[in-house]
Design a protein. Structure first.
Length: 120
């Protein structure tokens, strides 16, 4: 059983937290995509995921965002892989919702903090 490449790899290297999260979130994305059959719910899941990633990108804009982007993108990769007929449309909607989520959150924060004369 020691001749299996995966077992050898796991014995030589310890798995990092980001890799584990990537795999788990990818599988969650696949399972959610396989469970949902409604077109409306598919688009809502992609839009909400995009808004969430846009907000996260804005909140972490001054920090290293690599691990957050990997986690968010792994969900959408798993989701899009399971949806074979509408991959380009779902990815386009996801990218658009990331951009919208980023700028809507940015504008919302500016209106909240404008009364305190704080610049964001």
């Amino acid at each position: 059983m020691d001749n299996i490449w995966f077992i050898k790899l796991m014995k030589t290297k310890k798995a990092q937290g980001t890799e584990i999260v990537f795999g788990l979130v990818l599988v969650i994305g696949l399972l959610v995509a396989l469970a949902v059959e409604s077109l409306f719910i598919n688009y809502m899941i992609v839009i909400l995921s995009g808004f969430g990633m846009g907000v996260l990108l804005y909140q972490k804009r001054n920090e290293f965002r690599g691990k957050y982007m990997i986690a968010c993108l792994s969900f959408i990769i798993g989701y899009i892989v399971a949806k074979s007929g509408m991959r380009f449309r779902l990815f386009s909607v996801f990218v658009l919702s990331v951009v919208l989520g980023y700028y809507i959150y940015k504008q919302f924060l500016k209106t909240i903090f404008s009364s305190n004369n704080k610049e964001i």
